[in-house]
Ligand binder design. Structure first.
Ligand code: URA
Length: 215
């Protein structure tokens, strides 16, 4: 898969399949079912990119013909951390590609007036200091939830943190990078701008509502 690397540690995954599926998701006529299926497929493709630098080790394996050395993933398992509730949509796809990963959840809601993130849930696996974390949330908009989630995760001293979203905007990228310049961002697109209600334009609307059919 060919990934276009931009400056400032932002990786735009410009694979044609990713771009095609994202365009279908933007369409307001896409049903809840279609939206969820596309998000699932897209997440599998993004998992492929974000795990590209996972370390490998060689182990001995006996094939039906002989003993050989072959590569397997090294070290402690990855942790996917889903920001509730919309992160669930990405988590499912990623877990189908990396089924052995551990999973954490952070419950954050956006205060509709201040647009600030308020935490209501936090549950992570043990030994996070020996693990790499991949935070998932479909929309990196104001960046407030992402910043709060990463801040909270850093308290646990993980080996590394990456952030994966479907869609972002210049404001979201700038905010997250300013607060956490060490956290690489993986996204399928950087849209034009944020509107005054904290929505990405042109965007795809409210990702949670669209995947769960709540509006
Ligand atoms: N969250 C969404 O679901 N959509 C946006 O456009 C911004 C934040």
């Amino acid at each position: 898969m060919n990934e276009h690397m931009q400056s400032n540690n932002v990786h735009v995954i410009d694979h044609p399949l990713v771009q095609h599926k994202l365009s279908l998701m933007r369409n307001k006529e896409a049903s809840t079912n279609t939206f969820r299926r596309l998000l699932n497929e897209l997440s599998m493709l993004m998992a492929y990119e974000v795990t590209r630098d996972m370390p490998l080790q060689e182990v001995e394996i006996e094939t039906p013909l002989e003993v050989t050395r072959a590569k397997v993933i090294d070290g402690k398992k990855l942790v996917f951390v889903s920001i509730l509730r919309a992160g669930t949509g990405i988590l499912d796809g990623m877990l189908s590609v990396v089924p052995g990963a551990r999973v954490g959840h952070i419950g954050l809601y956006r205060d509709p007036k201040s647009l600030m993130a308020v935490e209501y849930y936090f549950k992570l696996p043990e030994n996070v200091e020996e693990r790499d974390i991949i935070v998932v949330d479909p929309m990196l908009a104001t960046g407030n939830s992402a910043i709060a989630a990463v801040e909270r995760l850093k308290e646990l001293n993980p080996k590394s943190i990456k952030f994966v979203c479907l869609l972002t905007c210049p404001e979201g990228v700038a905010a997250l990078q300013k607060a956490h310049p060490d956290v690489p961002i993986y996204t399928a697109a950087i849209d034009r701008q944020l509107n005054e209600h904290g929505y990405i334009l042109p965007g795809l609307g409210d990702a949670g509502d669209r995947m769960f059919g709540t509006k």
